[in-house]
Design a protein. Structure first.
Length: 498
C-alpha cells in the first residue's frame, strides 16, 4: 500500500477552509436575526417569508451533488475560490434587495454559489489529512467553525442591526470572502479525481428538477394542502429523480456513484443527518423571531441568547472523534440525537413569557448533541469513500443537510405559520396581522394603544404556541432517529489506521 505523504501546511490550509464554513454559517444565522427588520421593510406575505427562508436551501440541495462532482473534475480548490467570489458578489444583491421577490431571487442565486463551497471544503479536508485521528480533529474544527459562525453571526448581526439597515448583515460576507480568496489561492493545494470522466449536464438538470420539484411540493402541501400545482411538481420531481438514478447506473463514469449507498455506515450517516436537520431547522428558523418579537429582546440580546447552542456544539465537536473511538460511533450519534430530542421536548412548554434558564439549557443541549452527531457522521461519510470521490460523497452529506433544512422549514415552519394565523385578535385587527408576527407588530403601530396591546398579546401567544407544537414534532423526529441510528450504526467504528 502506498504511504501517504503528510502535508506540512495542512493546518494553515484548514484555517482557510474554516473561513469558507464561517462564510456560509454566518449568512444562515443573520437571516433569521434580520427577518423582523426585513419583514417591516419588504412587507412579504407569510408564504413569501418562508420562501425567503428556504429558497437558498432548495437551490443548494438541488445543485450540491452536481457541484461536488464538478469539483472532483475541475479541481476542488478552483471551484471553492470561484464559489467564494460569487458568494460575496451575490451577498451585495441580498443586501440591496428592494422587494420580497428580489430577495427570494437573491437567496436562490446565493444557493448556486453556496453549492460550490461546503462539498469542496470537506473534500479538501479528506485530501489534506490522511491520518484518521488528525482527520477526525480537522472535521471537528470544521464543524466547530460552523458553530462559531452561528454564534458570531447573531452577535455581529445584532450590532449591525442596531446601527445600520438590515442589508448590512449580508455585507459582512465581503471581507471574509476577500481573505478566503487571496489567502486560499496561495495556501490551498489543488486536488481532483485523476480519471473523472465527463460532467454530464443531463444528470445535472435531472438532479436539479428532481430535488426542487419534490421539496417544493412538500412545502406547498404543508402550507396549503393538496392542489394540482404541487401535485404536478411532485410528479415531475419524482420522474426526474427516477431518470437521474437510471442514468447514473448506465453511465460509465456517473455524476454520482450510487454504489456509495451500499455502505451501511455511509447511508445510515446520511439518513441521520437529513432527519436531524429536518427536526431542528424549522424551529431554529423561528427562534430569532420568538426572542425578538415575542420576548422583546434587542437584536444583539437575541444573538447572545442563542450563544449556548454554539458553545455546546464547538466543545462537543472537538471531542466527538475521541469519544467515538473510546466508546462507539452508534453510542455517540444516538446519544447526541437523543439529547437534541429531549431538549426539543422540553421546549414544548414554551410560551410568551418562558424564562431564559429553560431556553438556555435547551439550546446548550441542542448544540452539544448536534456537535457530537454531525462531526461523527461527517467522519463516517468521508472515511467510507476513496479520496478521489470525496467531493461527491461530501456533496451527498451536504445535500442531506440542506434537504433536511428545506423540508424542516417547509413542514415545521408551516406548522408555526398555520397555528399563528388562527389567533383571534380584537375587533379591527387587519388581515395583514395574520400573515406573520412581523405583520402584527407593524399593524399594531397603527392602532389605538389598548387595541394594539390586545392584538400583540394574542399574536405573540399564538406564535409561541406554534413554536411549541413544532418543537414537539421535532422531538418525535429526533428521538425516533436516535433509536434508528443505534441499530443502523451497529458495529461501525472510526478508522485508526492510515
Amino acid at each position: 500500500m502506498k504511504q501517504q505523504v503528510t502535508r506540512p501546511g495542512r493546518w494553515l490550509a484548514l484555517a482557510v477552509l474554516v473561513l469558507a464554513v464561517l462564510l456560509v454559517a454566518v449568512d444562515a444565522t443573520v437571516l433569521g436575526l434580520a427577518t423582523p427588520f426585513l419583514s417591516e421593510d419588504l412587507q412579504p406575505s407569510g408564504n413569501q417569508l418562508l420562501w425567503i427562508g428556504d429558497a437558498y436551501s432548495f437551490v443548494l440541495a438541488g445543485l450540491l451533488v452536481s457541484m461536488g462532482s464538478l469539483g472532483d473534475r475541475i479541481g476542488r480548490k478552483r471551484i471553492l475560490l470561484i464559489g467564494a467570489t460569487a458568494f460575496g458578489a451575490i451577498s451585495v444583491l441580498n443586501a440591496y434587495a428592494t422587494s420580497a421577490e428580489v430577495m427570494i431571487l437573491a437567496r436562490a442565486l446565493l444557493g448556486v454559489a453556496g453549492a460550490t463551497l461546503m462539498p469542496a471544503t470537506l473534500a479538501l479536508i479528506r485530501n489534506l489529512f490522511h491520518d484518521p485521528r488528525e482527520r477526525s480533529l480537522a472535521i471537528g474544527i470544521w464543524g466547530a467553525a460552523a458553530s462559531a459562525g452561528m454564534a458570531i453571526g447573531p452577535i455581529v448581526g445584532g450590532v449591525l442591526l442596531e446601527n445600520f439597515w438590515w442589508g448590512s448583515v449580508f455585507l459582512i460576507n465581503l471581507p471574509v470572502m476577500a481573505v478566503l480568496v487571496v489567502v486560499g489561492a496561495r495556501l490551498l493545494p489543488e486536488s481532483r479525481n485523476p480519471a473523472p470522466g465527463p460532467w454530464d449536464l443531463v444528470s445535472v438538470v435531472l438532479s436539479m428538477i428532481g430535488m426542487v420539484g419534490i421539496v417544493y411540493a412538500i412545502k406547498e402541501f404543508a402550507a396549503h394542502g393538496f392542489d394540482w400545482v404541487p401535485v404536478a411538481a411532485a410528479v415531475a420531481g419524482a420522474i426526474a429523480l427516477y431518470g437521474f438514478v437510471r442514468r447514473q447506473r448506465r453511465l460509465p463514469i456517473p455524476l454520482l456513484d450510487l454504489s456509495l449507498f451500499r455502505s451501511r455506515g455511509f447511508s445510515s450517516a446520511v439518513l441521520a443527518d437529513l432527519l436531524t436537520i429536518l427536526g431542528l431547522s424549522g424551529l431554529i428558523f423561528f427562534l430569532s423571531q420568538y426572542l425578538q418579537l415575542v420576548q422583546g429582546l434587542r437584536p444583539i440580546e437575541a444573538g447572545l441568547a442563542e450563544l449556548p447552542a454554539a458553545i455546546g456544539s464547538i466543545v462537543a465537536g472537538l471531542l466527538a472523534g475521541q469519544v467515538a473511538r473510546r466508546f462507539s460511533v452508534r453510542a455517540v450519534v444516538a446519544g447526541g440525537l437523543a439529547a437534541i430530542g429531549l431538549a426539543l421536548a422540553a421546549l414544548t412548554t414554551i410560551s410568551a413569557d418562558t424564562g431564559y434558564p429553560l431556553l438556555g439549557a435547551a439550546l446548550l443541549a441542542v448544540g452539544a448533541g448536534a456537535g457530537l452527531s454531525f462531526t461523527v457522521t461527517a467522519d463516517v461519510i468521508l472515511a467510507a469513500v476513496p479520496k478521489e470521490e470525496a467531493g461527491a460523497a461530501s456533496a451527498v452529506s451536504e445535500t442531506a443537510y440542506e434537504l433536511g433544512a428545506a423540508l424542516g422549514i417547509a413542514l415545521l415552519g408551516s406548522i408555526v405559520t398555520g397555528v399563528y394565523r388562527n389567533f383571534t385578535g380584537p375587533a379591527g385587527t387587519p388581515e395583514a396581522a395574520h400573515e406573520s408576527l412581523g405583520g402584527a407588530v407593524e399593524a399594531a403601530a397603527q392602532l389605538p394603544p389598548q387595541t394594539a396591546a390586545a392584538l400583540l398579546d394574542a399574536a405573540r401567544e399564538s406564535f409561541a404556541h406554534g413554536v411549541s407544537i413544532a418543537a414537539g414534532v421535532g422531538a418525535v423526529v429526533l428521538l425516533a432517529t436516535a433509536v434508528a441510528a443505534w441499530f443502523l450504526l451497529r458495529g461501525q467504528r472510526l478508522s485508526t489506521e492510515r
